[in-house]
Ligand binder design. Structure first.
Ligand SMILES: Cc1cc2nc3c(=O)[nH]c(=O)nc-3n(C[C@H](O)[C@H](O)[C@H](O)COP(=O)(O)O)c2cc1C
Length: 194
């Protein structure tokens, strides 16, 4: 499968890291785009150094990953900028409320916005993983608008009912739901009733 993965500046870098490694382990071809704030979040939450250079963040984040092509946020010539490219699904994880608001307004100032807008206009699978709390009425209206346009709103809200014992379990819970929505087989988290 060909998957577009956008990483934006909401808290939740461990979800993005687990999702990327799960996608590549499943043999997916991944087109990756990280926003400026997304780089800051990866640097802060994965490497405990908000000032880490983008090049180093990228190098460490992609260590050991196969089948990933990284695109700059302003690369409008990337295949994901066009509806004519063959893409199976799109996911923005984590998805900032800034990016969600931009998508809901129909404007686009980076490749992540453009790719997600393409997904919406082409009626393709788009999974957004927001993380914000509490939510204002503007946030709620934004998410409703995106849902009505066809996006799946998969909140970064792990469940505790599997007897999770670690942060890793909670990360797996959210990423497993995400992979399910993308149609990718996974055994990251136990399934209720099995
Ligand atoms: C450490 C840190 C944590 C943040 N956490 C969130 C968050 O959880 N949710 C959110 O919507 N924005 C969060 N933000 C704010 C976004 O990064 C900011 O709105 C940014 O403009 C989003 O840009 P982007 O959507 O292009 O990545 C955070 C910023 C920082 C520096």
């Amino acid at each position: 499968m060909n998957i577009f993965l956008g990483i934006t500046g909401a808290s939740g870098a461990p979800y993005a890291a687990r999702l990327l490694s799960s996608l590549t382990a499943s043999g997916c071809e991944v087109g990756l785009c990280i926003s400026s704030a997304g780089y800051e979040i990866l640097a802060t939450e994965l490497y405990a150094d908000p000032d880490m250079s983008r090049d180093l963040v990228r190098e460490r984040f992609l260590e050991g990953q196969r089948g990933v092509t990284v695109y700059e946020p302003d690369d409008w010539r990337a295949p994901y900028a066009s509806g004519s490219a063959k893409v199976d699904a799109y996911v923005v994880c984590p998805c900032s409320m800034g990016t969600a608001g931009t998508l809901a307004s129909g404007t686009m100032s980076n490749l992540i916005h453009r790719a997600a807008s393409v997904a919406i206009k082409e009626g393709r699978r788009l999974v957004l993983v927001p993380r914000e709390t509490p939510l204002s009425s503007i946030h709620l209206e934004t998410l409703l608008k995106l849902r009505q346009a066809g996006a799946v709103i998969l909140f970064a809200a792990p469940g505790f009912y599997h007897g999770s014992e670690s942060v890793d379990d909670l990360v797996n819970f959210v990423v497993a739901r995400c992979l399910d929505q993308l149609g990718i087989e996974n055994k990251l988290a136990p399934r209720w009733g099995q």
